[in-house]
Design a protein around this ligand. Structure first.
Ligand code: BES
Ligand code: MN
Ligand code: ZN
Length: 514
């Protein structure tokens, strides 16, 4: 589905045509209660006068509403006790008038994060309205408008394969701002990030019957090919020649062979080379160590890390970011069969390091090991970052909205955490304790792939670190198992695949531009 058409217009432009108007509402100014200093016990509650909660009010807007409408809206805000909180939306019907419907949306403190919620709330409330008109708050910064547009574009995302699906009724969102030219850059960034996030969501939402490694690889090329992104796709024969035996082992059980996709955005004059690695398991049954039904249900999403890094390259190319970015996505379907790899096998990864397979369901790390070793040995990265739906333990520790971040380097961890925060995605840094690394020991190989003894997300990260080689100090790993999927729509997230990581990566790449 194409992106929602969001247009920034100057005040007054095309005003009469909209039947639905959305006005910004700010919370009541925080007033200090006169007796705030006194302990509550000195004034029994019964003696306190019934204080009216101060009402939210219409915010200063890029385009003033007509006086009569302002008066009606102001009265209504008090009647419905609008809080003005970012994204709270109340609707004033005006039968027989124009505009016939006025939504009043809270803008909170009107920063980027608040306006992201506003954008999402507005497209949700206007899903049946073809061309609503949203008036931005006055003096909105470029970041705030970026948030507004990003929230609207992301919140309007839909994925369906239903034959009866109708095209969305909401066609165009007109946003009134004081000076549209001022926000051209914000609009471009929001649009690129949303387009890339939509791609990542589409890829993860696609059922695995269609989404085999060959299809996934073809989609990556199709999305980025026209923008000057170079691609190499390694098929099984070439993977064998070059020693990518981790990818071949995990992909061996499926009738649909594995791939390694390498995308390169290499603008002239780029000073930094970032290598992004994403787990691309197109379906994870667990393999011979098969998952129970419950645990297998959502495993079409096990390529979300790969989808996110492909999305990041797409956005980098759309925005012509002056940073060299290589994305590596090992793609395989983890199936049980007569040709599947098995517990007890020893896999020789790219570059020669070996893994003893204890659990074929710990397959993500086995394919990532090849890709990380290849990145370290062949690509000379300045920074090496991998994203993966790697462990169930990640969401046990941090839940569905916060990813686990691992890095030895404090500055890199901080930069990624800052980018995530600004982008509206959350990460929490986790430790890489050296004393846990001995859990990875094997009698017959360099490491084993499924240590017992808890800390599942941590030991998976420690396993990956073994393959970063000389790049270990420039490596970061993000375990995004929980955040890759949302069970319900909320703010800019829609139900299903979230495209988690695209926003963080694009912010971070942008921050590397001198
Ligand atoms: N893809 C799963 C992890 C996962 C689980 C992601 C749930 C998202 C939601 C991964 O391949 C896996 O199966 N990990 C195992 C590792 C274990 C066998 C050491 C796990 O977490 O149980
Ligand atoms: Mn698995
Ligand atoms: Zn997996």
């Amino acid at each position: 589905m194409p992106l929602l058409d969001v247009r920034l217009v100057a005040p007054g432009a095309a005003r009469s045509s909209a039947s639905v108007l959305v006005l910004p509402v700010r919370p009541a100014a925080e007033t200090e209660a006169p007796d705030a200093e006194q302990p509550a016990t000195e004034q029994p509650a019964t003696e306190q006068p019934a204080t009216e909660q101060p009402a939210a009010s219409l915010a200063g807007a890029a385009e003033p509403a007509p006086d009569a409408l302002s008066a009606a809206a102001t009265a209504y805000l008090a009647d419905v006790k609008h809080s003005g909180k970012a994204g709270e939306l109340r609707t004033l019907p005006r039968p027989g008038e124009k505009p016939a419907t006025v939504h009043m949306v809270g803008i909170g403190d009107a920063d980027e994060a608040a306006l992201r919620k506003v954008g999402a709330a507005v497209v949700r409330a206007c899903s049946d309205t073809p061309t609503p008109r949203l008036v931005a708050p006055a003096d909105a910064g470029a970041d705030a408008i970026r948030g507004l547009v990003e929230g609207a574009l992301l919140g309007a995302y839909r994925f369906t394969l239903a034959s009866k699906a109708e095209p969305p009724k909401l066609r165009r969102l007109t946003v009134v701002v004081e000076d549209p030219d001022r926000y051209a850059d914000a609009l471009a960034k929001a649009t690129a990030v949303a387009q890339a996030t939509h791609l990542a969501r589409d890829l993860a939402n696609m059922p695995s019957a269609a989404k085999d490694p060959a299809w996934f690889a073809a989609q990556a090329l199709k999305a980025t090919g026209k923008l000057g992104v170079k691609a190499v796709v390694r098929e099984p024969a070439r993977l064998a020649e070059e020693g990518f035996n981790g990818i071949l082992a995990v992909g061996g059980g499926s009738a649909r062979g594995p791939r390694l996709v390498e995308l390169k955005w290499a603008p002239r004059g780029a000073k930094t080379h970032v290598v992004l690695v994403g787990k691309g398991i197109t379906f994870d049954t667990g393999g011979i160590s098969i998952k129970p039904m419950q645990g297998m249900q959502l495993m079409k999403k096990d390529m979300s890390g790969g989808a996110a890094v492909i999305g990041a390259v797409l956005a980098a190319a759309l925005l012509k970011l002056p940073v060299k970015v290589t994305a590596l996505v090992p793609m395989a379907e983890n199936m049980p069969s007569g040709s599947a790899y098995r517990p007890g096998d020893v896999v020789r990864h790219y570059g020669g390091r070996t893994s003893e397979i204890r659990n074929t369901d710990a397959e993500g790390r086995v394919v990532l090991a090849d890709a990380l070793a290849y990145a370290d040995k062949r690509l000379a990265p300045d920074v090496l970052v991998d994203l993966a739906t790697l462990t169930g333990a990640q969401s046990v520790a941090l839940g569905k909205r916060t990813a686990a971040l691992y890095a030895d380097d404090d500055a890199l961890a901080q930069a990624l955490a800052d980018a995530a925060e600004a982008a509206g995605e959350r990460v929490w840094r986790m430790p890489l304790p050296d004393e846990y690394a001995e859990k990875l020991d094997s009698d017959i190989a360099d490491v084993n792939n499924a240590p017992d003894g808890g800390a599942g997300s941590v030991v998976a990260a420690l396993y990956l670190r073994e393959f970063a080689g000389g790049s270990r100090g420039k490596w970061a790993h993000v375990d995004m198992s929980g955040p890759s999927w949302s069970d319900s729509a909320s703010d800019e997230l829609t139900k299903g695949a979230t495209g988690w990581g695209v926003r963080t990566l694009v912010r971070w790449l942008d921050s590397l531009v001198p």
